[in-house]
Design a protein around this ligand. Sequence first.
Ligand code: ZN
Ligand code: ZN
Length: 603
Amino acid sequence: MSRKFKINLHRMLLSLHKNIHALKCQDQFSSISLSKLQNYTSPHEVRSLHAQILKTQHSEDLSLLSRLAHRYLLCHCLGDALQVFAQMKREKDPHVFLWNEFVKWYSRNGFYIESMEFYRCLSLSKTPPNEFTFTFILPACAGSRSLFHGRSIHAQIILRNMDSNLFVATALIDMYGKCGDSLSSRQVFDELRQPTTASFNALISGYVTNGEFNEAMWVFNQMLISRERMDAMTMASILHACASLGALQQGRWIHELIERENIEKNEYVGAALINMYAKCGSIADSLKVFDEINRRDLVLWTSIICGLGSHGLAYEAERIFLSMIRTGIKPDTITFVGILCGFSHVGLVEKGWEYYKLMSSYGMEYSLEHCNCMVDMLGRAGKLEEAENFVREMDMKPDAGIWGALLNACKIYKDVERAERVVEEVLTLDSDNAGWYVLMSNIYATSGMWDGVAKMRTLMKQRNVLKLPGWSWIEVDGQIHNFLVADNSHPLSYEIHKLTKDLDKRMREMGYVPLLDCVFSNMGEGEKEGLLCGHSERLAIAFGLLSTKPGTTLRVMKNLRVCIDCHNATKFITRIVGREIIVRDAKRFHHFREGLCSCGDYW
Ligand code: ZN
Ligand code: ZN
């Protein structure tokens, strides 16, 4: 054994020691590894087998020892497995199979660093790694989001001429996707002669993880063209892309495809369908999917509760929550986020408190998300004092989002004094986010405090903060159309702008007065009005009106919050055109119908 290797092994054993201790604590085990454990021989049985081997002359039989170490690993007795491994190492380098089993064990149980460390020891030993080694080590790089290690392993794969192996290539695609390098993921994919379902899935899910939804859709279409078999994982990933894009027509079509191709509607596909319909603004379809699935697990229940919550259907969410409890399924912390979010949207403060307290009776810990819901709920209900006290007395350190929720409440209730106090807290935590400066500036503007508006603008300039451009999009005939503020790039641009002007004229006749406070710039009033009319959601609505049949419901998505003026304008537009318009903004859904919005102007 070389000296260098001995040092490495020693170091590794030391670091592993910590894990062995950690593994003794039950909660370190994921539920998956526990359930797997039950299928294998008990540690007790393996240990008595080990004792028998030691008593006989078989203690030098390397293949027997190798199987023994493997058995130990299968029942998660890491310490014993390592001991046998070290004993073997003194005689001769163990077979690559056993090295691989260790690399795999660490990686699958979430010990990514240790998995990589074990792989490093293997690469320094005399045993050459094989294809399996790489399919086990790459998920460890992916799990720890370690692009650096992933790339260096890719280099070794190329050196060993194993990059054309389908399993290795798929693991590479997956690793690059999870590490946020979609470009490399795509490069590996493009070099495959015959991509499989698994390699398509890895590429699609990488794009979805990195928020590149249009690319995910494109690859999905390629998969359809190539007639490669699709499975539940393909569908769950692509439904997430549809949900994020708000692409209801595509999502519906994929739902049909699932039924037609008889793809297993497992809990992930079920939850993805519910989530897709909810995020695309069609909660009725979410409920339909939920009703049709008989075998319901926590993921499925939680998806429907969160969906209902995000649509402000708090009582419905509560009803489903209670029937979930009756079936004996225990909620988790995400279920509570869904239900609290519902109560906060409709201002049911007492109910919100009731469920917030219920969490502790389940022995759950509050997360920042739960606190955010509570602050949002209290703030929007006008209980600003209570909301501020809640934030100041939280056990955790509040983040910018929580202070921001309070700041938004200060805007609704025009509480400038409190807002000035709160914005300081927000900006200490998140000084690069233009949204906070704009929000504070709007608070000053609605109270006519123009020097405050100027102060915010100067601060932004001094700190070189750039405003995030607002954009909206709408799906027509399965195609997504994007619009920026005052966008002229769309082929129907002329017609769109003409229609927004016509609508503006008719709205004014009906009593609409533009709210110029929403425009954060120092242009003249006339210019401001022009810009308001060009707000991206109005362009998307106009395009939708032009390109769909009368009476069709329009579904518009926006990356930021809808501004007060556009909210007001959309109400007028529904009266003029006699259509329902659903807007999903960065925070929630607004269902506009006959001059009213489902949020009751409370958002
Ligand atoms: Zn607007
Ligand atoms: Zn609304």
